[in-house]
Design a protein. Sequence first.
Length: 670
Amino acid sequence: MTLKATLFSLILLIAFSGFVYNIRRLLSYLKIGQKEDRRGNLSRRLKDVLVIALGQKKLLRDPLAGILHAAIFWGFLVLILAVIESIGAGVLAAFSLSFLGGVYSFIIFSQEIFCLFVAIAVIVSLYRRFVTHVPRLQVDRHGSMDAGAILCMIFVIVISLLLQNATRIASGKAAAGFDHPVSSLLVGLYSGVSSESVHIWSEIFWWIHIILILVFLNYLPYSKHLHVLTSIPNVYLSYRRSHPALKPINLEDEKLERFGALDVDDLTWKQLLDGYTCTECGRCTSVCPANITGKPLSPRKIMVDIRERLMEKAPTRIAGGDIPQDIAEKTLVHAHITDEEIWSCTTCMACMQECPVMIEHIDAIIDMRRGLVLMESQFPQELQSAFKNLETNFSPWAFSSSSRADWAEGLGVKTYAEKPDAKILYWVGCAGSYDARYKKVSQSFARLMQMAGVDFAILGTEEKCTGDPARRMGNEYLAQMLMKENIATFQKYHVQKIVTTCPHCLNTLKNEYPDFGGKYEVVHHSVFLEQLIAEGKLKLKKGIGGNTLPAGETRITFHDSCYLGRYNGTYDAPRNIIRHIQGVRIDEMNRTHDRGFCCGAGGGRMFMEENTGKRVNIERTEEALAVNPDIIGTACPFCMTMLVDGVKEKEAGEKVRIKDIAELVLEAAE
């Protein structure tokens, strides 16, 4: 064995041993997390890996940044064979993949092209981070220097490969042309250089290339770029049932000593893996309504804090020794993540929608809320009355449960007690039953169903809150109590199909009740109305008021409910309904569909004061008013309340109406 081969073999052994040690170390840290089963749905998980991880689907939502990252990512995939060949050549000088014949020529061609793409992408990425200072990329100084170091390392790795290929052409070991489209252009650098010098430069570039790869590999476990190793596994292991749903706590498990999460060892191993996988790209924080309006919440920071606390606590936990007092006295919540951060979240899921590596921010935040509520009884004072009302009145408001069906007086709407064989349950919800403004929506929808000849009934005073607000506010005990009581009522009347005007009720009934044995067909009223119109059971005979355009059209802008859109994928049904109305034009807001902006009421924020920064509903109202609409369309009671308040504050109430889809259809149908 030559001196080069001996030296390189030793370096390779050290580097590989270090890499294996770090991987084992990181995996061992995950063991302090709680158990969680992430098996099942193999086909869907593999599809996610192909489309989201390898195909870079989510990254490409931001075209420029997506293309830059995709070029670097795909470049590294293509260059894996080059790395293998370089390692092989270091151990055995004659090693080459040239035995692949024509395929080898294509591999070399691809490597050179992607080396060029990667080099350009790195230069542009450095420019965006350090010259134009893209806001979401601005993290702490350590994070910025870490990113800069990684990018520079990647640049030198691909350039050294191209320069090495150029020396091979100059020495006659490779031919210029198709196989080497980029390095052929660099051969001129060795014009007039002796063959011995070319050989020396070839060796230099080879050593630079391979050493940097080994350094890169061992630096990753200590870098924010750890996601290079964990992103594909994290995407594969992401929570991908057919819907997003909060994980239930088995409150009857006597072995459980703690509920929710106050420290990293209360989180699941997958939530800790999320912390490893955070790329700190800032996409989550850049779309977070709380952060945008000046609240202290940053979904990126939540994940970074989880990772930092894990690195702080896990080593001593794994070693089995006594945890140092300064570490033991701290917890993730309070010491790293403040209560205000946790309670600022609206659970709009914009962070999860944008995350390119499928991190589940909301699950971790809700688990921390559960820890605060169930273990420490620490929560915003305003929630005390909401919890009390849910316990005594079965709604978040201080209205008697005996008045729950008062909205339907004079409409001839039957209850299940009066009509137990009804085919469809109209789930009205707390807002639809008690809120003065939204009761009009309940009445409108009931009238539309009567006009269409729908066989439906309501539960009336037997209906109780679905448990959604209690769950999002961290009171899992109260939520499960309400959920189980409602399921018992459904069983009593053999309920099979439910239609509701509230997206929050929709999401809970459809996606979370199955965890407790309640499986039903649950439909939002926008989808239901679209079906009735398509079947000809509802005919829209006229337009609606508010004409301001020269052509006599009415401007409508539609606000997407987070729980209807991002949670349940319904964007088109409300708009299709609006398009059926004569003389109407839809003018979309800047942030719409799955990029829509939250109204600020989700995650229990409906029942909390907003004392920091700009109010979220004002931000959204201003965006809606910017398109100069006659009507702001909604399909959610919380959204309606927040937008009505926003329009009043902006003193636009006389010019702009807030209308639910059901009200628009009824106005056009009568």
